[in-house]
Design a protein around this ligand. Structure first.
Ligand code: SF4
Length: 367
């Protein structure tokens, strides 16, 4: 859909940027593609570039993905040697160069405009939108930014037709998706599944169910920034965009985390806030300062020094920070935190009442 927003005849070059920053906790699908089938991605890049009239692609890859960089670069070199990249792609009058750009380990560079700033050699901070990248992206030129999985799905569609792709999934969420299932399951792993399958069935039949015979406590459906689902809610959730939205959560990255009955939701929230506060780029006050205050409050609660009013304050901060910032990083923290506070409130209340034995200093607090 993004491709349709490209303005025509601007006289500027058109760029393709492949987002392979993949820093969302619990997400590991792109690195799987990069290592297992980098040529599928390169083929997708060629198809996309030809369709949008682009002659330069940048693959922005997470800095920590050292193995993936090596495998991907070797595949790109092979593609140049075989004539599939370069001045005459597959012998045709079409030029295409592909450059791998390594990030420096900032989560926020997965945000598409921060990614563009980083490629341009600037500080990786998100831009205010509009203009959107399709109009003024890399070097102020029209730019399409897609992630690895989207681009890698193109060869199948071109070879087999859109109808073949639509045979999988639901009407509104067609196709398959890579689901990284982790946490407390018997068979964690990467599974390619059609969209629309019942979430609990996938956890039980595909991932072997909750491990060690324990009970299910919650499910993070699509990476750490997605609101948690209770076991009761999960009964009616299917793995597609519409069902997730109906249940007031998000499909996200497809990184499903299963939480068993032993998980301390208060400490989980502490860990979550620590991560997003650490990754804030600092240009918006509600994000920079607000997440800092959230961290101070949750640390106080975990240390057993909190009051009921601190739990309320944490909840209030979620509402006050969200949607008041340049990018959605702050919401990536507040949306899930709000869900834990609302759905597992009793655990926070027990913690401030000193009933869960979690009064010890924590690693985050010591920092
Ligand atoms: S919301 Fe946070 S990460 Fe995003 S631009 Fe503002 S300060 Fe930076």
């Amino acid at each position: 859909m993004k491709w349709g927003f490209l303005p025509k005849d601007t006289g500027k070059p058109v760029y393709l940027a492949v987002n392979s920053d993949e820093s969302e906790p619990a997400t590991f699908k792109d690195r799987y593609i990069l290592v297992r089938d980098p040529h599928m991605l390169i083929e997708g890049i060629i198809i996309c570039s030809y369709a949008i009239g682009s002659h330069d692609t940048y693959i922005y890859i997470r800095g920590e993905y050292t193995t993936q960089v090596k495998v991907l670069q070797a595949a790109i070199d092979e593609a140049y040697d075989a004539g599939y990249l370069g001045d005459k792609v597959a012998g045709h009058d079409f030029k295409l160069n592909v450059t791998v750009h390594r990030g420096a380990g900032a989560y926020v560079c997965g945000e598409e405009t921060a990614l563009l700033e980083s490629i341009e050699g600037k500080k990786g901070q998100p831009r205010s939108k509009p203009p959107f990248p399709a109009v003024a992206g890399l070097y102020d030129s029209p730019t399409i930014i897609n992630n690895v999985q989207s681009i890698a799905s193109l060869p199948f569609i071109i070879e087999n037709g859109a109808d073949a792709y639509r045979k999988y999934g639901t009407e509104k969420s067609p196709g398959t998706h890579l689901f990284g299932i982790s946490g407390h399951v018997e068979k964690p792993g990467m599974y390619e599944l059609p969209l629309g399958l019942p979430l609990l069935e996938v956890i039980d039949k595909v991932a072997g169910g909750v491990w060690k015979g324990r009970k299910l406590k919650g499910i993070i459906p699509g990476g750490s920034s997605t609101p948690v689902l209770t076991p009761e809610e999960a009964k009616t959730v299917t793995l597609d965009y519409e069902s997730m939205a109906e249940h007031k959560t998000m499909f996200g990255s497809g990184g499903i985390v299963v939480l068993d009955e032993t998980v301390d939701m208060v400490k989980l929230v502490q860990n979550l806030i620590y991560f997003y506060h650490h990754e804030s780029c600092g240009q918006c006050t509600p994000c920079r300062e607000g997440l800092g205050w959230m961290l101070k409050i949750i640390n106080k609660i975990v240390a057993g020094k909190g009051r009921l009013s601190d739990v309320e304050l944490l909840r209030e901060l979620c509402d006050n920070i969200e949607m008041k910032t340049v990018c959605v990083l702050s919401a990536a923290c507040t949306m899930p935190v709000r869900s834990y506070l609302d759905k597992f409130r009793h655990e926070f209340e027990a913690c401030v009442a000193g009933e869960n034995g979690s009064k010890q200093e924590t690693e985050q607090e010591e920092r």
